[in-house]
Design a protein around this ligand. Structure first.
Ligand SMILES: Cc1cc2nc3c(=O)[nH]c(=O)nc-3n(C[C@H](O)[C@H](O)[C@H](O)COP(=O)(O)O)c2cc1C
Length: 189
């Protein structure tokens, strides 16, 4: 069975909710690469648009987030690094969602200072493993992110990151299609 012609539903998740965040620049570039790649139906899930309770009691926008995660076949997570870790609000969002994550792939786009958010990514891999999310080995990493984009939000030297995006999205689509077929054949255990 070849389901390649059907677009894969990808949720682009924006993890920073800071008032003065840099996230929109990185998210816009990610969105552009996803649209250029093709084969993807995109849903932008900006965590700043969701009010999620720290008590994880299912109140606020929890159901709305679960629905959006549940509707996706795969994820691209745009995340910064705060004090060598990932944002606390992202953990609340991850924990607020239940089985909707399971048996789907997730690719990382990280950004920050010297390490470009790579520490955040490596801490998130075991978190997502617990949720039966397959994380894509290659990641798109923006170190010294402030110097990488010009004032209009364009990458100053786009070639390397565009090549990385192609590799990551190829891998995401492979896993996304494979796991979509698998979920259709048998419920996730
Ligand atoms: C509380 C805080 C802690 C930070 N810690 C780190 C860090 O450990 N490593 C790093 O590379 N950048 C760090 N930064 C810089 C962020 O990577 C940078 O501010 C980035 O723009 C954050 O993403 P955002 O603006 O979309 O929230 C930190 C920023 C904040 C606000």
């Amino acid at each position: 069975m070849d389901d390649a012609p059907t677009d894969l539903k990808v949720a682009l998740i924006i993890a920073s909710v800071r008032a003065e965040r840099f996230a929109p620049v990185v998210a816009a570039w990610s969105r552009e690469r996803i649209e250029a790649h093709g084969g993807i139906e995109l849903d932008v899930v900006d965590l700043a648009d969701f009010s999620l309770p720290v008590t994880l009691d299912g109140s606020g926008d929890t159901d709305r987030l679960r629905d959006r995660i549940g509707a996706a076949d795969a994820f691209v997570l745009v995340t910064p690094e705060y004090n060598h870790g990932y944002p606390g609000y992202l953990k609340i969002a991850v924990d607020a969602v239940l089985d909707e994550w399971a048996a789907k792939p997730l690719a990382f786009v990280s950004y920050g200072g010297l390490a470009g958010g790579a520490r955040s990514v490596e801490q998130l891999r075991p978190v997502f493993a617990e949720l039966q999310v397959t994380t894509i080995r290659e990641a798109i990493v923006f170190s010294g992110v402030w110097e990488r984009f010009d004032a209009s939000g364009s990458l100053v030297e786009p070639e390397r990151h565009e090549a990385a995006a192609k590799t990551v999205l190829d891998q995401l689509l492979w896993w996304g299609r494979a796991l979509r077929r698998a979920r259709a054949l048998e419920p996730v255990r």
